[in-house]
Design a protein around this ligand. Structure first.
Ligand code: GUN
Length: 282
């Protein structure tokens, strides 16, 4: 058996076309969805992510302004900028690229963004609503994973989903979204004992631990759906957390790295910003 590869890049194209049509129809009603992105410092990976977000926004006809600051910016200055964007009626979504320099408290910054413009879905209000199954902005990578599964017709209800990794950005929320769709969810992390015994039970395995090629065909059940969220650089080459060649022989579905989950993350950010624009103008 070789797995069916789920190309997030292709799905993202399809969804972005739909989003472009939504932007066009909003513009006809004189609503111009706009995302404001703040980046601090000059980390090349963060800069490249942010440019990708801006380019993808513009491609669907959405405005995206970029606020670039040196890493010496004070926490107070940053909070003031966020407050200004909170009060700017032309701005629908605000994103502060993480990580932040050590002298700035990340949680304080996340909580400074009004929940109505929290298109990252990181604000405690957004997280609380997600946990209780209310309508809210969902965090982009976890939401992108769910959309990938749904658009490929992969059933979630009743399945045993195993999540490897418990980060606030990916592991924890993706498990919650799977649970909201009636999966039975097990979280595994660095302290988990007998890891292989658990991963081998997974109907759906989400791998988000940041260790290159750590999951091999030995760790999974025949026919499992394997979603690779890893982004690792090995000898300058991008690789996931899953050993693609061996897992491809055993899984039923598998996402590649690159061209897998990554493009879906940006697509969900565009989706959230359009939803924010619709809500603010209701
Ligand atoms: N850094 C890495 N991923 C993300 C993300 O999804 N949002 C923000 N704001 N920062 C990130």
């Amino acid at each position: 058996m070789t797995a069916e590869i789920i190309y997030g890049s292709e799905l993202a194209q399809e969804i972005r076309q739909e989003l472009k049509e939504e932007v066009d129809s909003l513009r006809e009603k004189s609503i111009s969805p706009k995302l404001s992105v703040i980046i601090i410092g000059d980390d090349p990976a963060s800069k490249s992510y942010v440019k990708g977000k801006q380019k993808a926004s513009n491609k669907i006809g959405m405005d995206a302004d970029l606020w670039e600051y040196e890493s010496s910016i004070s926490e107070q200055e940053l909070l003031e900028k966020i407050s200004e964007l909170n009060n700017d009626r032309s701005v629908h979504g605000i994103l502060v690229q993480l990580p932040l320099p050590d002298h700035i408290e990340e949680q304080k910054v996340i909580e400074a963004i009004v929940p109505e413009k929290d298109v990252d879905g990181f604000h405690p209000v957004s997280i609380g609503k997600m946990m209780t199954g209310q309508d809210t902005f969902l965090p982009c990578t976890p939401h992108g994973i769910i959309v990938m599964l749904e658009r490929r017709g992969i059933k979630i209800e009743g399945k045993h989903a195993v999540v490897l990794g418990r980060s606030n950005l990916v592991g924890k929320p993706v498990g919650q979204l799977l649970l909201n769709r009636n999966a039975t969810v097990t979280y595994c992390h660095s302290k988990t004992k007998n890891l292989k015994e658990i991963t081998k039970q997974a109907d759906i395995l989400i791998v988000a631990i940041g260790k290159p090629s750590i999951i091999t065909s030995d760790d999974i059940k025949e026919g499992a759906v394997v979603i690779d969220v890893g982004v690792n650089r090995v000898d300058g080459k991008l690789t996931g957390d899953v050993d693609f060649e061996s897992v491809d022989q055993v899984a039923s579905y598998l996402t590649p790295v690159p061209k897998g989950v990554g493009p879906m993350t940006i697509t969900m950010l565009l989706h959230n910003t359009i939803e924010a624009a619709k809500k603010i103008n209701q």
